[in-house]
Design a binder for this molecule. Sequence first.
Ligand SMILES: *[C@@H]1O[C@H](CO)[C@@H](O)[C@H](O)[C@H]1NC(C)=O
Ligand SMILES: *[C@@H]1O[C@H](CO)[C@@H](O)[C@H](O)[C@H]1NC(C)=O
Length: 437
Amino acid sequence: MGGAAPSAAATSYLPVAISLLLLLPVRVSAAGRLHPLVVIPGTGTSQIYARLTDDYVPSNGTVCGGANRPAGWFRLWKDKRLLRDPLVQCFTELMAIHYDPALDDYRNTPGVETMVPRFGSVDAFRHRDPDDPKDTPEMAIFLERLEALGYRDGEDLFGAPYDYRYGLAAPGRPSLAGTRFLDGLRALVERAASANGGRPVVILGNSLGGLLAHQLLTRSPPAWRRRFVKHFLAVAVPWGGCVLEMEVFASGISVAGLAPLVLRAEMATYESNLWLLPSPGAFAGRPLAVTPERNYSAMELLQFLSDVGFSEAVRPYQSRILPMIARLDPPGVPVTCVSGTGVPTREMLVYGDGFGRDPEVVLGDGDGTVNMESLVAAEAAWVGVEGQPLTVVKVAKATHGSILLEEETWKVILEQVMSSDDDDADVRSTGLSSAAA
Ligand SMILES: *[C@@H]1O[C@H](CO)[C@@H](O)[C@H](O)[C@H]1NC(C)=O
Ligand SMILES: *[C@@H]1O[C@H](CO)[C@@H](O)[C@H](O)[C@H]1NC(C)=O
């Protein structure tokens, strides 16, 4: 008769035991329960290495030649030693890219070979400057959190670093760097799924990385998206560019403590900076840069580029960028957009004494870098679109840099990367598990 009591006890503990079991897979064998995650970082985050060939002729041989001329591969971005006078003169020359009208594409400075190492690994952008881990540490902290959750680089966590100077061109236009990146990213997503039993991938695109993820999705067939992508987490994505980018061209912005004008001409060569200019769709006809002579809205950027002294950017902006940003097509996979709000953000630049000097700045809403019009452009375009699941999360007072580390962002990520029975059913119904097993 002694058996009755234990049996009753076992019954009453059963619910506890079941709920413990439910927790176990997450806590103990997290790796098996997490969706593969591909992270695409923002601009300036990926490391770029360079090597000089005999074709490289420094414009200032005193500074950039002789003993200062590096032999072999070296880290061009980011190495703070190159961002000081006088070596910064060489940095600007090596980092600049050039639009070639004959090719209708961008190329490096002649004699400068570049590469972005460790494609596929998050270590490629854990630190901007590995010698200075305190420099913009948000990504490193964020990756540590993912790893504490159970993610392992190269197993279920993957990174898609890229040469952020280049962007993408509208489909049909040549884009050597952009096409190579998208092809690599597509293959990486496929590899991430197949390394994890065919489970579809969560793509996290941060800032410019979100624009690239969006282009990958809209340029891929629906069947590919359904098969390989579970969810697109768009974190602080400048869907319609930002006013700050006009300042990049008009008077420069301070990077690494340098005066704004030092890197202005170099940064004005980046195709990505053209892509990030305010889009007509998001900003319409509102004046964004104001001078005594005339005002410039997002619809007058061709004139603006020419008036601020970068007329060579006019043609690529017109032929490569404008057609690409003219539409914001739904990506066709479930999306969550997370962005900060309520942080004072450059909304209008007043150039009272001409370009080339710091403007007076009128502030508006945004995440401190990207304007609200731009952060909400995707929801404006996709809300209510059939077959386009969309969740929007706004985080008060989160900045463009802090958003990755906000509690609300983390919650959204956990919801998507943690497995559920439904997910497993999805995988089974597509037959991917058995295909990959
Ligand atoms: C080269 O750079 C040095 C150091 O900044 C400067 O003094 C010199 O005038 C420059 N020469 C040319 C030709 O630009
Ligand atoms: C430029 O924009 C400012 C601010 O909206 C406005 O006050 C001014 O009248 C405009 N100037 C011209 C020339 O349109």
